[in-house]
Design a protein around this ligand. Sequence first.
Ligand code: PLP
Length: 430
Amino acid sequence: MNYYSLNHKAPNVSFQDAVIKGIAPDRGLYFPENIQPLPDEFFKNIDDYSYNEIAYQLIKQFVGDEIPKKELKNIITDTLSFDFPLVEIEKDVFSLELFHGPTMAFKDVGARFMARCLSYFNKDNNNKLTVLVATSGDTGGAVASGFLGVKGVNVVILYPSKKVSDVQEKQLTTLGQNIKALEVKGTFDDCQDMVKTAFLDSEITDKMQLTSANSINVARWLPQMFYFAFAYKQLKNKQKDLIFSVPSGNFGNICAGMMAQKLGLPVTQFIASTNINRVVPNYMESGNYKPIKSFQTISNAMDVGDPSNFIRIQNIYNNDFEELKKHLSSYSFSDDETREAMEIIFRENNYTTDPHGAVGYLGLKRFLNKKGNMQGIFLETAHPVKFLDVVEPVIGESIEFPKQIKEIINKTKEATLISKYVELKQFLID
Ligand SMILES: *Cc1c(COP(=O)(O)O)cnc(C)c1O
């Protein structure tokens, strides 16, 4: 499969090159040249397929023959080493729990898949790759864990100082080996800007092969299609209209869901639920896309002022705003509304959500209340324990640490504090 740049000023590349480069030389995101829907039979008979087979069917056209079938199946099996339960928390409202992986956030899936693809592509190469990634919280941990010990790859993670939770910080600063953390005095957008600048800085790229592991990388983005189909497989009633609400920041996750829909997954509507960083809700109202400077919220993995994947979503609908509106609705919620939702869900359904999942729940309810007689799934994108300081006061109970967290919480943080781009550059070159 070939990929083209959405800025249309760079050559088309193979899957392998798209994965290694991350972003095209013209700063555009890569997008597959064509998308072939799967036969209707596949989704009709989804109960007959295992999770690994579903994943293989969804991803194979995007990889093509660049990874042999057997190898790709191994990568999928390795990636999907945990569960994706769908839990009905009230009638026709389901939580898709994407937090059962090693760092307890959905990003484990994309990060594990990408690490294994890169490792496969780099197997005969003596030059080390450097994965450079900015994180608003969960990306860093998932990438660190996904790439830990992977041969031929160094990982450098930038995160905004004091704007990630304790658990998140531990997950990205305590692993050691090939993983290095840079603590940036600034916001996530500052981190993301530094990373983007480094990719275009020939004094760096002449010396080393840099690659991204944000959801701009196709190998992180596309495997996120899998669990939308896993959720569908678990639904008892597949006839009723299905809505997905996805708590969104950089819009990679929801964009993967929309790709799954493109392949034929029967979804009636997607809801992009955001916190007050409401660039996309504003766009869906006005047709006018205006990036903002991001605000800090309790759902910090979504504090994004210029969602990088939104351009892919527009592309899926041929940049046709009216067509996009038929498939996507978008709502924004404040921290107070989010806390209130977490409290109500806990009190009435005895279910604990994290702040991101709660935003997803709110978006889903707003849509269902208007439309009625549909069923909806919100993505519970992280385990509540990752946001202890927010969740515990709201539900008035303490949350027990799962074993993944117990293993890291008492380890010592190792990070280098930086505030300017030149410091990042120095760090990479040294
Ligand atoms: C990254 C993240 C999001 C946002 O996902 P995008 O793909 O960037 O839209 C939502 N919730 C959690 C917990 C996250 O870590």
